[in-house]
Design a protein around this ligand. Structure first.
Ligand SMILES: *Cc1c(COP(=O)(O)O)cnc(C)c1O
Length: 802
């Protein structure tokens, strides 16, 4: 297998593995043949990587979400196969760009949290770290979003329909996961007791492995995704009662577990099936780790702590704390103390949000039925923990209540974040501000108890996918100046700073941006019918639709521009194309109304010929990883406008910055670090700060703010007069109400004027293309620290110690 045989291998797979004669209309078979040809090469390096690892310390990154996107081009880049593949494809009269469109995104995640897991896998492999990703092989990934009459319609994402050439099943590594049943107390002859979880309904977890290539370093790591399957055993009672068919039909129940990704981002819906997914993933991944360890270490757990660590991506897999205790005690007959030592020295927890609606709590009643043995263990963990609390705060019952893993009340609930903190040696936030807010607020009691557990790891994104691959024209001009070391060592990107005022370099920079804008304009026209003009500023906000992210504030600014155009006040308007995109959780009514509002405002403006020279607005449907690969290289202005203190980090902000967008944003999440890196004068700042929010809320009078702002009054007038919903009266009433509500959590009216002022500054600077281009170059040059390689180096050195 080398570059000389690549074309032959491709032909063999096309004609024989897949049995095709000629390139069909769709490129799907050619894509599949290409994927298998590349996979062969990955498999060879995979084996080498495995063999070279021996019994090294290993980290398991456990996540309910991996938002991988496409794998083909990433593999081509990381294996350095670009020219080889292009040469081989010539025989089929096909460009790589066409073939890669046949690949369906692996959309096994909602948004930032899932994409972070994907960027981390790329960085771990590129840094040659022994890290395995564990996740769920959802049959249906993130839903496909269609916009009909301005409303979001969800369609199932049947991403495996045409097969997945990248995965390799490993049925010999199948494990069993228990549900239901009861706990029996067994008396041993020596008077000791132990407990058995009996009469369970078991489900099989079958692993499917996806190769994760490092960047041109010969390393291939693994993402192991679990699929649930029924055991072959029939339910005997049913079987004997003659219910053969019912017994077989039970298979469905087992197979349901990994059927679909829950589409809730930053909010929980408390569905039982979701808890089953969480336990299924945690149990399977821990059993797999233990099996692998015992293969080389006989029956001794002496080296388990030295050789293993688990990183829990949010509380979603935090039940792993109790499950590891169960496995060690029940299956390997370890004492409580020995098992607890192992658990608390191997588990590490990453928190992703401060939003109360996103904090997971599960009813105790559900555990009693579904996971009775796990519930016992959680009670025991809690009892021992509360004794520690009593020592730290003698006689303080309130502290006991506040810290308890169980929230008492009519329906007692298990606080998964508390379980994660108590069971872990490390608790990290995902941006400097977020970690400080965790320590000072939500987890303050835990911080007082265990300050040493808390640490920050600011998120990052991989520069391979998010610059090298998605923006080839910019990558080429960067490389022409500073060489290509930056792809592997992204700190080197700082070297382009010295060309920020180089006229010829600026010219190339602008040419590249224009070309990228044309590619996006074509996509926008294809998907929405709206024609973007690449000579106008591209102003972009793409991310999940959520009130805290304030797409509403963005659209209010758009309405204010439209109002000025209507009034002929266009002298200082910089023409803009505003692009908004993102999915709303299917049950999140307000988010869906915001989508409708954006679409109605867009329709009104795009139909008005007076607006055309100054303003275009589009809502791009089905925002996903592949769309972002087209969007971020073409963006001039990146909108990062969350209410301060609500966005834990953000990673979209980093992708835009790498690609030379300027940011308009609040002091929130990683925006703060972005602004520090690029310099305050190269960032458009506005809005209330996190520490001011609680005081502002105490006496928040949005109606007064609106009355005192001429612009906001005009905007509200357009909204309230039904200008954007002439034939759909009342549909935006609840949105209008939240803006005027003194209880509005998101302080939209408060930040409006400040936002407008910052947008005027944006307009002014964009008029000076030389200055804008210089700042654009400075943004890319300062984005070095936001490489996920940098983030992962810190996980490696400060948490994982590998
Ligand atoms: C990067 C990314 C996100 C995260 O965006 P934020 O702006 O940080 O919320 C969400 N979805 C997709 C598809 C992404 O690529």
């Amino acid at each position: 297998m080398n570059e000389h045989t690549f074309a032959e291998d491709l032909a063999r797979h096309f004609h024989f593995s897949l049995g095709r004669d000629k390139v069909q209309e769709s490129h799907i078979y050619l894509y599949n043949a290409l994927a298998i040809t590349i996979r062969d090469r990955l498999v060879a390096q995979w084996r080498k990587t495995r063999e070279s690892r021996g019994s090294q310390r290993r980290v398991a990154y456990i996540s309910l979400e991996f938002l991988m996107g496409r794998a083909l081009n990433n593999a081509v880049l990381n294996l350095d196969l670009n020219e080889t593949v292009r040469d081989a494809l010539q025989g089929y009269c096909c460009a790589l760009e066409d073939v890669e469109q046949s690949e369906h995104d692996a959309g096994l995640g909602n948004g930032g949290l899932g994409r972070l897991a994907a960027c981390f896998l790329d960085s771990c492999a590129s840094l040659a770290l022994s890290v395995i990703g564990y996740g769920i092989r959802y049959e249906y990934g993130m839903f496909n979003q269609q916009i009909k009459n301005g409303n979001q319609i969800e369609h199932p994402d049947n991403w495996l329909r045409h097969g997945n050439p990248w995965e390799i099943a490993a049925p010999e590594k199948t494990v069993r996961v228990k549900f239901f049943g009861r706990v029996d107390v067994i008396n041993k002859r020596n008077g000791e007791q132990y407990r058995q979880w009996n009469n369970t309904q078991d489900v099989l977890a079958v692993p499917y492995d996806m190769p994760i290539p490092g960047y041109q370093n010969g390393i291939v790591n693994t993402l192991r995704l679990w699929k649930s399957e029924a055991t072959d055993e029939f339910n005997l009672e049913e079987f004997n009662a003659g219910s053969y068919t019912e017994s077989v039909a039970r298979k469905n129940l087992a197979e349901q577990i990994t059927m679909v990704l829950y589409p809730n981002d930053s909010s929980e819906n408390g569905k039982e099936l979701r808890l089953r997914q969480q336990y299924f993933l945690s149990s399977a991944s821990l059993q797999d780790t233990i099996n692998g360890y015992l293969e080389t270490h006989g029956n001794s757990f002496d080296k388990f702590v030295e050789l293993n660590a688990f990183q829990l991506n949010d509380t979603h897999p935090s039940i792993a704390v109790a499950e590891l205790m169960r496995l060690l005690m029940d299956d390997y007959h370890m004492s409580w103390d020995a098992a607890w030592n192992i658990t608390t020295q191997t588990m590490a927890y990453t928190n992703h949000t401060l939003l109360p609606e996103a904090l997971e709590r599960w009813p105790v009643r559900l555990f009693e039925k579904l996971l009775p043995r796990i519930l016992e263990i959680i009670y025991e963990i809690n009892a021992r923990f509360l004794r520690q609390v009593a020592v730290a705060w003698p006689g303080d019952c309130q502290k006991q209540q506040d810290l308890s893993i169980i929230e008492e009340g009519h329906g007692p609930q298990i606080r998964m974040a508390h379980l994660a903190i108590v069971g872990s040696f490390s608790v990290n936030g995902v941006a400097a501000l977020h970690t400080e807010l965790l320590k000072a607020g939500l987890f303050n009691n835990f911080y007082q108890l265990w300050p040493e557990k808390f640490n920050n790891k600011t998120n990052g994104v991989t520069p391979r996918r998010w610059l090298s691959h998605c923006n080839t024209s910019l990558s080429e001009i960067i490389t022409s100046k500073i060489g290509k070391s930056w792809v592997a060592d992204f700190a080197d990107i700082a070297q382009i700073k010295k060309f920020a005022e180089d006229k010829a370099f600026q010219q190339q920079w602008q040419t590249s941006k224009k070309a990228n804008k044309q590619v996006l304009a074509d996509l926008v026209e294809r998907t929405t019918g709206v024609k973007f003009d690449i000579n106008m500023m591209f102003d972009v906000q793409v991310k999940r639709i959520h009130e805290y992210k304030r797409q509403l504030l963005n659209i209010l600014h758009v309405i204010s521009l439209y109002d000025r155009i209507r009034k002929g006040d266009t002298a200082n308007i910089t023409p803009r194309c505003v692009l908004i995109g993102g999915k709303a959780a299917p049950g999140y009514v307000m988010a869906k109304q915001i989508i409708k509002l954006i679409n109605n405002v867009a329709d009104t403006i795009n139909l008005d010929p007076k607006a055309a020279p100054f303003l275009k607005v589009a809502f791009i449907p089905n925002y996903n990883v592949s769309a972002m690969e087209v969007i971020c290289p073409a963006t001039d202005l990146s909108e990062q406008i969350s209410t301060a203190g609500k966005e834990a980090s953000g990673t979209g902000n980093m992708k835009f910055m790498m690609n030379g967008a300027l940011t308009i944003g609040t002091l929130d999440g990683a925006n703060i670090e972005i602004r520090d890196a690029v310099g305050a004068k190269n960032f458009f700042l506005f809005g209330a700060q996190a520490h001011e929010i609680s005081t502002i809320r105490e006496n928040y009078q949005p109606n007064d703010i609106i009355a005192n702002s001429k612009t906001l009054t005009a905007v509200m007038h357009l909204l309230e007069s039904g200008h954007f919903n002439l034939f759909e009266p009342g549909i935006f009433d609840s949105i209008i109400k939240t803006i005027r509500d003194p209880q509005d959590m998101w302080l939209t009216a408060h930040d409006f004027d400040s936002y407008l002022k910052a947008q005027r500054e944006v307009d002014n600077i964009y008029q000076d293309q030389t200055l804008w281009t210089k700042i654009s170059i400075l943004n890319t040059a300062a984005s070095g620290v936001f490489s996920s390689d940098n983030t992962i180096s810190q996980y490696r050195d400060e948490i994982w110690k590998i």
